[in-house]
Design a protein around this ligand. Sequence first.
Ligand SMILES: *Cc1c(COP(=O)(O)O)cnc(C)c1O
Length: 450
Amino acid sequence: MRFISTATASPPDVDRPSADSPSVDTPDSDLAHAVLTGLATDGGLYLPATLPRLAPEIFDRPATDGSLVETACCLLDPFLTAIPAPTRHSLIADAFDFPIPLVSLGNGTHVLELFHGPTLAFKDVGARMLARLMAALLEPESDPVTVLVATSGDTGSAVAQAFAGVDGTRVAVLFPRGRVSPLQEKQMATLGGNVLALEVDGNFDDCQRLVKQAFRNVELTERFRLTSANSINIGRLLPQMVYYAHAHRQLPFDQRPATFAVPSGNFGNLTAGLLAARLGLPTTGFIAATNANDVVPSYFSSGTLTTRPSLPTMSNAMDVGDPSNLVRMLKLFDQDLDTLKQQVTAVAFDDDATADAIRTVYEQTGYVLDPHTAVGYLGLRQAGLQQAGGRGVVLATAHPIKFREQVEPLIGHTLPVPERLARCLERPSRSQPLVPTLKDLRTALSDWSH
Ligand SMILES: *Cc1c(COP(=O)(O)O)cnc(C)c1O
């Protein structure tokens, strides 16, 4: 399978502060290039060159024990042909090694729990697959690649946990001292082995500046084979198609198709749903639900895209003012906003509405939503599916314990700490202090032996 860049087509009709000029002749890329480089050379994002229609049985057979991996193989096989089948299937099984259950809240409303992975958030799905793809796509006997990530918490912990122990890779995570939650720090700094946690004397912007500086430095990028694992990598996007199909297969009885409500920030999760629909996923459509960062809902209603700096909200993993996957969504619909809107409804909710949803869903059903999932739930409720006799699936992107400071006061009691988390909190942190200069980073990477 080849991969194409979103920048190869004419750009959408957008009102951007600084539109990059698209180049006309970026060559198609193969899987290894797309996964190991992340961004196309013309600045666009990769998409599969073709989206094959899969057999309906792949989506319609009821789920059973072990069917998640089977679904994953069926959906991912066409895109990963560059990897020999036995390796491919074992890496898929290894990436999808935790359950993704569908829970009913009654009245045709279901919650797809994507938070049973190592860091209790859906980013584990994409990050685990990306780590294993990178390892499989490296030339044999080559030096290891070093994944360099700057993080304010969540991405760094998902990436660190995903790459831990994966041959041929090592990860250096830069996080600002005193600015990440104790839990996030533990999830990055207790791993050791091929994971180096660097506690930076500075803020998140200092971490990010240093990482960008390192990527521009040819000596450093070549010597350590630096690569990134950021969320625009097609290797993180493709595996996210799988759980939409897994959700459909878990729907009760007749498997009438559902509407999917997706709490959205960078819109990677939603884009994966659109890709799954192209492959044949039965669905009545998608609801993109955002917090006060309503760039996409405003674009859908006005037809004019206005990006802006992000606003802080209680669903902070969705605080995005310039969603990077919008170019992919538009490319999939040939830059036609009207046809995109036939499949996707976009809605925004503020923190008051989000808090209210957490409280009332708990009172009515006993189920605890995290703030991100609550935004998705509101999207589904606004669509009025219950009245129409339809069914809906809310994608639950994080475990509520990750946001216990916001959630516990709303439900009026403390949440039990899952065992996996409790074990992680007991381990000693082994992070290394770092002054944010290129020289100190070079020294830290050189001295790092494991
Ligand atoms: C990253 C994240 C999101 C947003 O996902 P996108 O793919 O960026 O739209 C939603 N919820 C949680 C908990 C996240 O970590």
